[in-house]
Write a protein that binds this ligand. Structure first.
Ligand code: HPA
Length: 247
């Protein structure tokens, strides 16, 4: 049996895993966005966290990422799957595509981005920000579930909560970003600092700014998230079923 963390962004996971709210949301780093919901998938316990709170109340720059990750670590999870909605930049990042990013460029600023303290400075290796074993497991689960999951791509992370300008997206495309979201950092680096393997499944919910001929429509984004989440739920069913724990 393993304990697996699941960070859910916009939208809900459409699965009844017997969810029960467990504990509070207090940590030594302040309050996490929400208490954890504990569920069961086969042999494993799943601890789901609503990244933005439930109901959705913390904007991307205002999420207490340190408390979120600390709460999951305190629950004893050995791995974390993060779900993120993104705007698509690369040709393959079409609306409703599911992507498994392998790299990050961090454009955020002013966020609490480390657990380092004055007498505890952490210089961690972050060359490969996402965990290879989890990524392989997710890719295999995609094949098993018949869900297309694009392997790789650079996740550009912007500050939000506004969407980007067209020029910012052009710059990000030149930098090599395949997708743009607002929450993958500092989440990924904090997990790494805690020694928690993390992988991200990104759901493309709109073409990034300036890449479509029309203004980004928030209702279309909402609908695309709902549609993508249905396929993510199918993918996770197989992922959890086939998950082999660390020991
Ligand atoms: N930009 C940044 N974050 C996002 C987007 C976007 O276009 N779509 C969903 N999350």
């Amino acid at each position: 049996m393993a304990r697996i963390g699941l960070i859910v962004g916009s939208g809900a996971l459409n699965r009844d895993l017997g969810w029960q709210t467990t504990g509070g949301r207090e940590t030594v780093f302040g309050e996490a966005a929400a208490p954890l919901e504990r569920g069961r998938a086969g042999a494993h316990e799943i601890f789901a966290l609503a990244r933005h709170g439930r109901p959705h109340r913390y904007a991307p720059h205002a999420v207490n990422y340190r408390a979120n990750l600390r709460l999951l670590a305190d629950a004893g999870v050995e791995a974390v799957i993060a779900l993120n909605t993104v705007g698509g930049i690369s040709d393959f990042a079409v609306t409703e595509a599911l992507l498994l990013p392998d790299q990050i460029i961090d454009y955020t600023w002013g966020r609490a981005l480390t657990f380092s303290a004055e007498d505890d400075v952490r210089h961690i290796d972050f060359s490969e920000p996402y965990d290879a074993r989890l990524r392989a497991g997710l890719l295999a689960a995609g094949q098993g579930a018949g869900v297309d999951l694009h392997d790789g791509g650079v996740m550009g992370v912007t500050q939000g909560p506004r969407l980007e300008t067209a020029a910012e997206i052009q710059r990000m495309a030149r930098d090599g970003c395949a997708m743009v979201g607002m929450t993958a950092m500092p989440e990924a680096v904090l997990a790494r600092e805690l020694g928690l393997p993390l992988a991200c499944v990104a759901m493309v919910v709109n073409p990034a700014a300036g890449l479509a001929t029309r203004v980004i429509d928030l209702e279309e984004i909402r609908q695309a998230s709902i549609n993508a989440m249905v396929r993510v739920a199918g993918l996770l069913d197989v992922f959890f079923e086939s998950y082999v724990g660390l020991d």
